[in-house]
Design a protein around this ligand. Structure first.
Ligand code: FRU
Length: 715
């Protein structure tokens, strides 16, 4: 991750430039910082500085080490002309571009040279000195390091200028090494050895040498000669200040130009055109210009410091930026990881939920399968067990031989055993479910007969009517055989048929299977219970679906009883009888008691029906048509939107009376009301409540109340 980040922020190739300085002093320091400032403008440059402290061996070593470090370019100021050449050649031969600067090498193996013209500098200084001494005087020359090119060239230039002035005599040329302590010690030595000798001017080949000489002269306590140097550096310790403060008579600005040097290096590295030899221009520093130069150079220093500060700030911002970038990347990585984890967790739960659903689905399918198999097995078992029980009760079997009875007992016992086994097997709901193939299921799924609706006219008047709804014709036949002695039996082959028969014939009770095509038993039961005509009919669900959950479903659909297959015929008969007996009937719809009194009776069955919309409507119609002696049950049925049969059976079921009886009761009750509360004649009252003849009214009234109408008159 970090390597990706690193490669993101540093994708440009970095050039490594080795800078080999021959010594370490303020001139070199100035140049090094200029090189660094130059590098600020090039993000792709890394500088590596080394200083040899005026030692050839050390400089050779350092250059070799830079080569080993894999520098891309070498900038070198050779300590001496020939001693460092071998190391420079090695770099050059390795294909490393070499810029020789400020000091020269004897080798031709370099890529470019940059520096001031030291010969010219020495010559101009010679000219200046000659003119300053007005062409007459004694001069001491303190040389730079022996064998270094500026020392040689400055000397040659100086000598060539002085030679033009015969009045100028060089009394001594001392061998220095560019450093102040060496200059001091050799001048001191010379002064000690040449006590009394006159010197008008000392030319130090650099300012530090001139100042070393000055120190030695000062210590002698004699009148000081003039001192001239070279370098003319800015700043407190620099030559410009020394000239301004008259410690030096003159200096020569020896240009550092580090930024220009760096640009040359970058141009070479980037394959841009460059000058092989660059000569840097320079200028003399004297009392005349030292003040101005000092001001200017101070300003330059100040600006350089500003640049430095700006760079530091910029570097700080860059660091912050890079930190922020790293943080952003890390944050993004963390967010990505987080999102991935969340997604993974989500997928995991999704998968779990899916597996759970699949398992539930499988369980449901398994249950359905067992339920179906159970149904299919229990049905034929019912048809074996039930008839066997019926047979057992017949005199033929009861009086049969012991052998026949024995065989019969074996059959009965094993049938019961088989029933138990199947119940256990199926109710346990264990084992694999998928083994049974479609053929077996088909083999079990039999009997889809279509029934016709029998007519009510065939039925016996007083017996209750049972509607059997089952798609299995054998079951229907068996049930019919159980019920037919006691009840009128209607049949339907599924819920859809059952609904039609129930509405048309309004049976007293319904026995229905649950698993049936088209409309199943639960739906059928629900429809029966929500229909105004059939809602009062008790429903027994008769099914192989033996689980509690199935029974609950059955009761939720509105069933009054739930009997599981295989069932005992006695149990079924008992349940039917019980349901028929316990149904609530509104006997007192128009009893002789006033309605208010009936309503007051707390647990009276009447209260159950008070709010029944069917009854309410029936009563309203009857009361409004009271005076109409022509009013027939057909009229009433039409008004109610029912057939005559529907009307008859619904009214009979919930009141125990026929519609005709109810109508008559309503009329008699109204008459009774009028007799006890008005002065109307009996005939008037008879017609008013819809009797066609007063004599018939009197007969009916007597039947109902046990007295003739006149006896009920108000006293
Ligand atoms: C700095 C220095 C200068 C001098 C130059 C000659 O190292 O000694 O003072 O002018 O080198 O190469």
């Amino acid at each position: 991750m970090l390597s990706i980040l690193a490669s993101c922020s540093h994708n440009e190739k970095k050039y490594k430039i080795g800078v080999s300085q021959c010594s370490e002093d303020i001139w070199r320091n100035k140049q090094n910082s200029e090189l660094m400032i130059g590098a600020y403008f090039h993000d792709n440059v890394d500088l590596c500085f080394v200083a040899a402290y005026d030692s050839d061996e050390r400089q050779i070593q350092q250059i070799d080490s830079l080569i080993d470090q894999g520098i891309d370019l070498l900038i070198v100021a050779p300590n001496q002309v020939s001693t460092i050449s071998s190391a420079i050649d090695r770099a050059y031969d390795k294909g490393i571009p070499v810029i020789v600067f400020e000091r020269k090498t004897s080798s031709k193996k370099y890529t470019a040279y940059m520096g001031a013209d030291n010969y010219e500098m020495g010559r101009l200084m010679g000219e200046y000195i000659a003119s300053r001494l007005n062409g007459r005087g004694k001069i001491m020359e303190v040389m730079g390091l022996k064998g270094s090119s500026p020392a040689i060239e400055r000397h040659d230039g100086f000598v060539s200028a002085i030679a033009q002035h015969p009045g100028i005599e060089v009394v001594s040329t001392l061998q220095g090494d560019w450093t102040e302590p060496t200059a001091y010690s050799i001048v001191k030595q010379w002064l000690d050895a040449n006590d009394g000798a006159d010197v008008d001017l000392v030319f130090g080949m650099n300012d530090r040498s001139a100042m070393g000489a000055r120190k030695a002269f000062s210590e002698k306590g004699k009148a000081l000669p003039l001192f001239c140097g070279i370098d003319g550096l800015p700043g407190e310790d620099g030559g410009i200040r020394l000239v301004r403060d008259s410690l030096l008579e003159a200096s020569y600005i020896y240009p550092t130009h580090g930024d220009q040097l760096l640009q040359l290096a970058v141009d070479i590295l980037e394959g841009k055109p460059y000058k092989k030899e660059t000569k840097l221009m320079s200028a003399l520093v004297t009392h005349d210009n030292a003040r101005v130069l000092m001001l200017e150079s101070d300003e330059v220093i100040r600006q350089s410091q500003n640049i430095e500060r700006l760079h530091e700030k910029a570097s700080g911002y860059m660091r912050e930026l890079s930190d922020q970038r790293t943080i952003s990347w890390l944050a993004m990585v963390v967010i990505a990881l987080l999102l991935t984890s969340l997604l993974a967790i989500y997928m995991y739960f999704l998968q779990r939920a899916r597996l759970h659903d699949e398992r539930r689905q499988m369980e449901r399918e398994q249950l359905d399968f067992y339920t179906q198999v159970s149904h299919e097995l229990r049905t034929p078992l019912t048809l074996i067990e039930g008839p066997l029980e019926q047979l057992a009760a017949t005199p033929e079997i009861q009086n049969a031989s012991d052998e026949t009875n024995g065989i019969f007992a074996i059959v009965r016992r094993n049938t019961r055993h088989l029933t138990k086994l199947i119940s256990k097997l199926l109710d346990a709901q264990v084992g694999a479910t998928s083994a049974t193939d479609g053929d077996e299921i088909d083999a079990l799924t039999v009997n889809r007969p279509v029934d016709t609706v029998p007519s009510i006219d065939d039925l016996d008047e007083n017996a209750s009517t049972v509607l059997i709804v089952d798609d299995n014709a054998d079951i229907r036949a068996y049930l019919t055989s159980i019920l037919k002695g006691k009840y009128k039996v209607l049949e339907a082959c599924d819920g859809q048929h059952g609904e039609i028969v129930a509405q048309e014939q309004v049976p007293d009770i319904i026995v229905s299977d649950v698993m049936m095509p088209n409309t199943n038993g639960l739906e059928f039961c629900q429809r029966v219970k929500t229909n105004i005509i059939t809602c009062h009919i008790p429903v027994i669900l008769l099914t192989a679906r033996a689980l509690n959950k199935h029974q609950i479903e059955g009761y939720e659909s509105g069933a009054d009883a739930y009997i599981t297959k295989p069932f005992s015929s006695d149990l079924l008969l008992a349940r039917i009888a019980n349901l028929l007996q316990s149904r609530h009937q509104l006997k007192d719809l128009w009893s002789t008691k006033p309605a208010a009194e009936v309503a007051k009776e707390p647990s009276s069955a009447a209260t159950d029906y008070v709010a029944d919309p069917f009854i309410e409507r029936f009563k309203t119609i009857v009361e409004s048509q009271m005076g109409n002696s022509e009013l027939s049950v057909e009229d009433l049925s039409r008004e109610m939107g029912l057939s005559r049969v529907q009307m008859y059976r619904k009214v009979k079921a919930i009141t125990g009376s026929t519609p005709v009886d109810l109508l008559r009761k309503a009329r008699l009750q109204a008459a009774h009301q009028l007799l006890t509360s008005t002065d109307m004649t009996v005939s008037e009252i008879a017609y008013k409540v819809g009797f066609a003849s007063p004599s018939y009214f009197t007969k009916c009234y007597k039947d109902e109340y046990g007295k003739v109408p006149g006896e009920s008159r108000k006293k």
